[in-house]
Design a protein around this ligand. Structure first.
Ligand SMILES: Cc1ncc(COP(=O)(O)O)c(C=O)c1O
Length: 398
């Protein structure tokens, strides 16, 4: 006897109840906001903390978890948590550590969004940030008070490609901990180096944050962020993330899962291209300065060699003619794209005073080391000869 047909509406909603095909080579996209309980015991098990019961995608999603597991593995860490953007990752991680009255010590050269979060948002919640220059890290123990909860830094820095001496920073934080008798959490934004070139856990950092929009995503087609750390810390951040709601979307997670397959290949090629391009640009008569940690001329080349296993694919140049010269170059490029963001397979250029550091005061630009004639180059995987000739023809236009 044929099974009784259910109504069209029911069939339209439930289909044939086909479950995910086992053995798929790629992780399927669990594009779902909620999950069917086998029966109400599942709800009970969930309420008792059973992690195998899925209930709602703001809390957990298999496509997202797949990427979290892989990113944790890549960092050789216990756990990772994926977010809807790098800023969601950074803000949630910080808000899970600090409370009203606490203080943060940070190096000042930061991605503009992070800096503005520190400057404009955290003080509203009575959390204040004091800054220690990367060249005077020994001041950390002078700046530390009984309220200091967190040390934050970014290295290499956006957009100036400066470095924080990470071993010294951690040693100074440990010294300050002995002074106050209190734990100070440490977070590094590892976006520019990525896990291919820098392993902050081996240096002693507690947590790593990354804008996965950049090298992890690698194709300029998604936004995501990640926090990586111990199971205990990630569990605590996950709790706050549930309330703040900056969870990653399953489709973005699917794209990330695809991106991870070529992560090493892409970033290796980008890094090789960056070194070649930086060397050529250094000799150009219209280029005043080139900042690339792999160049001997970089003021912190020795630090780069100590703490990085490769030098990354971000290059900063300062051209003649100030911001007009920089705009002329960016507008004349044919291969490289004049666009914000970084880390994708296509070479992108941006002028920091018009992008990451827009609307900052002259004093803030000075503190961040940003000048009008700077162009930040996120080197892609194109043929290096094409990139070199593109920059050469554009620089002639100044
Ligand atoms: C170093 C760094 N950290 C964090 C972010 C923020 O990431 P997202 O744009 O994914 O929020 C960016 C963005 O450019 C960045 O460059």
């Amino acid at each position: 006897m044929k099974p009784k047909k259910v109504s069209l509406a029911t069939r339209a909603i439930h289909g044939k109840k086909l479950y995910p095909y086992k053995g798929a080579v790629t992780t399927p996209i669990y594009q779902t906001s909620t999950y069917r309980f086998e029966n109400s015991n599942d709800a009970v098990r969930y309420s008792q903390g059973d992690p195998s019961v899925y209930v709602y995608s703001r809390y957990h999603n298999p496509s997202v978890e797949d990427v979290e597991e892989k990113i944790a593995e890549m960092y050789d860490a216990e756990a990772a948590l994926l977010f809807s953007s790098g800023m969601a990752a950074i803000s949630t991680a910080i808000l899970s550590i600090v409370k009203a009255g606490d203080e943060i010590i940070s190096t000042p050269a930061l991605y503009g969004g992070t800096y503005r979060f520190f400057r404009d948002v955290l003080p509203l919640y009575n959390v204040n940030v004091t800054y220690v220059n990367a060249d005077s890290l020994s001041d950390i123990s002078k700046l530390v008070t009984a309220k200091t909860k967190l040390f934050f830094c970014e290295s290499p820095t956006n957009p100036t490609i400066g470095l924080v001496d990470l071993h010294t920073a951690i040693a100074e934080v440990k010294k300050a901990e002995r002074k106050t008798g209190r734990k100070i959490a440490t977070i590094i934004d590892n976006t520019f180096a990525s896990c291919l070139h820098q392993a902050p856990f081996t240096i002693g950092f507690d947590l790593v944050v990354e804008s996965a929009t950049k090298y992890i995503g690698g194709h300029s087609d998604l936004l995501a962020g990640a926090v990586i750390g111990s199971k205990k810390e990630i569990k605590q951040i996950r709790q706050i993330a549930k309330y703040l709601g900056g969870c990653a979307d399953p489709f973005a997670a699917f794209l990330l899962s695809r991106s991870l397959k070529t992560f090493e290949l892409r970033v290796q090629r980008q890094t090789e291209n960056a070194m070649k391009l930086a060397k050529i640009l250094e000799k150009h008569r219209n280029v005043l300065r080139v900042f690339y940690p792999g160049l001997k001329s970089h003021p912190q080349h020795a630090i780069a060699k100590k703490q990085m296993s490769g030098f990354g694919a971000m290059v900063l140049i300062e051209v003649k003619g100030g911001v007009r010269g920089a705009a002329k170059v960016c507008d004349s490029l044919n291969v490289a794209v004049n666009a914000m963001s970084l880390g994708g397979v296509e070479t992108l250029v941006s002028i920091p005073v018009y992008s990451s550091h827009v609307n900052m005061t002259a004093a803030e630009l000075k503190q961040h080391g940003v000048t009008p004639g700077m162009i930040r180059i996120s080197v892609g995987v194109e043929g290096i000869e094409d990139l070199i000739s593109d920059f050469e023809q554009a620089l002639k236009k100044i």
